[in-house]
Design a protein around this ligand. Structure first.
Ligand SMILES: [Fe+2]
Ligand SMILES: [Fe+2]
Length: 376
């Protein structure tokens, strides 16, 4: 079995920003700094001289400093490169400069410096996601197919849930089969690294949890293909109960009120009902959906189960779910680097997550011993 590519998993994507500090982008810059490896360049020439320019996910530039012609600068980041950062211009919405730059074919998008910072961040996220799609395609037809199929399966599920229809197991099972049979761990790790920058949150989260459950399952010795299918299926389906929760609650950036949290806590119960009503799902898939928010000390939800009363697959799902939720970028929060995510998970104490599975997951992500960890 191929080992996960640890170095790839721990590296944050790089973003180069060349700007005059006078631009109103401070919140946006703070966001980029929190989520990406940020390089602040002092001139456009400096950007073009950067030997790792092609590996950056985005180059953001503003009107100033203007040490070389904007059109020439954009064209120098050649659209024909196989891997190419997104070229993003930032400036006030109606400025003649931004209008001119927007017309250049080599500019991938613009950020309005006079728009609220949340909007700037959202625009940036969409543009980087487009590159994420391209990067997935670069990994080869398997990765592109898994992404497309997962998005299709989850969209179909959403439509069925909305219509109150059963969710046929066949589609999820076919997806699980194709992932288990056709991908090695290295490809899954590469995909997870890229997906972190994608903004399609539901698909990313379900697929991310599914791939992590499969990888962790393989890592702790799940050898049978049938069991590996179940792990992946369980990951894809673990949060389907959320499809019944109003999006205003799901996307709430701050703390939920007691009433809202009560609604949120119901999603594992909803998932169990939806899976049972649909028929054909293995009990393990149902347990993962039922138990992924349970805590070892009984403080979790919805059932408040303790220790061994929580299914093994539920405990495995919980570890992967927390790790994915922390490391994924959301519209309301930055992503957390893997090392920091593990720090948080460890600080949750032994009463929360399964300590052995957490250890094994860290071992899987880091490769081996703590002193060999790769700095982020
Ligand atoms: Fe959940
Ligand atoms: Fe989840």
């Amino acid at each position: 079995m191929t080992k996960p590519d640890v170095a790839q998993m721990d590296c944050r994507s790089r973003v180069i920003v060349v700007t005059d500090v006078a631009y109103r982008l401070s919140d946006f810059l703070a966001y980029v700094e929190n989520n990406y490896a940020l390089t602040l360049a002092s001139s456009r020439q400096e950007v073009l001289a950067d030997s790792d320019l092609r590996s950056a996910v985005a180059v953001v530039f503003t009107e100033q400093p203007n040490d070389m012609d904007a059109r020439r600068f954009c064209e120098a980041i050649d659209p024909r490169w196989k891997e190419r950062p997104k070229v993003i211009a930032a400036g006030p919405r109606k400025s003649p400069w931004l209008t001119f730059v927007k017309g250049q074919t080599s500019v991938d998008g613009v950020i309005h410096a006079d728009a609220p910072s949340e909007q700037q961040i959202r625009t940036f996220g969409v543009l980087v996601s487009l590159r994420a799609e391209a990067a997935l395609a670069e990994l080869g037809p398997r990765a592109a197919t898994i992404w497309k199929e997962s998005a299709k399966v989850l969209k179909t599920i959403e439509v069925l849930v909305e219509a109150g229809q059963p969710i046929p197991r066949a589609a999820v099972h076919t997806l699980a089969e194709s992932v288990v049979e056709g991908t090695d761990d290295a490809l899954l790790c590469d995909m997870m690294r890229i997906l972190r920058d994608h903004h399609a949150e539901t698909v990313v989260h379900s697929l991310d949890v599914a791939m992590n459950m499969l990888l962790l399952g393989r890592h702790v010795g799940v050898r049978s293909k049938a069991d590996q299918h179940l792990l992946f299926e369980a990951g894809i389906m673990h949060d389907i109960g959320k499809m019944e929760i109003p999006s205003a609650i799901l996307r709430m950036p701050g703390r939920l009120t007691a009433d809202e949290f009560a609604v949120m806590r119901e999603h594992p119960v909803s998932a169990v009902r939806m899976l049972r009503d649909s028929g054909g799902y293995d009990e393990h898939v149902i347990w993962a959906a039922a138990h992924h928010h349970e805590k070892i000390d009984g403080s979790g939800y919805p059932y408040g189960l303790e220790g061994a009363r929580i299914s093994e697959i539920g405990r495995l799902a919980a570890v992967c779910d927390v790790f994915c939720a922390l490391t994924e970028r959301r519209s309301y929060k930055p992503s957390t680097p893997p090392e920091k995510a593990f720090e948080i998970m460890q600080s949750m104490g032994p009463g929360q997550l399964d300590a052995t599975l957490l250890e094994r997951m860290m071992e899987m992500i880091y490769g081996s011993l703590p002193q060999q960890r790769i700095a982020i």
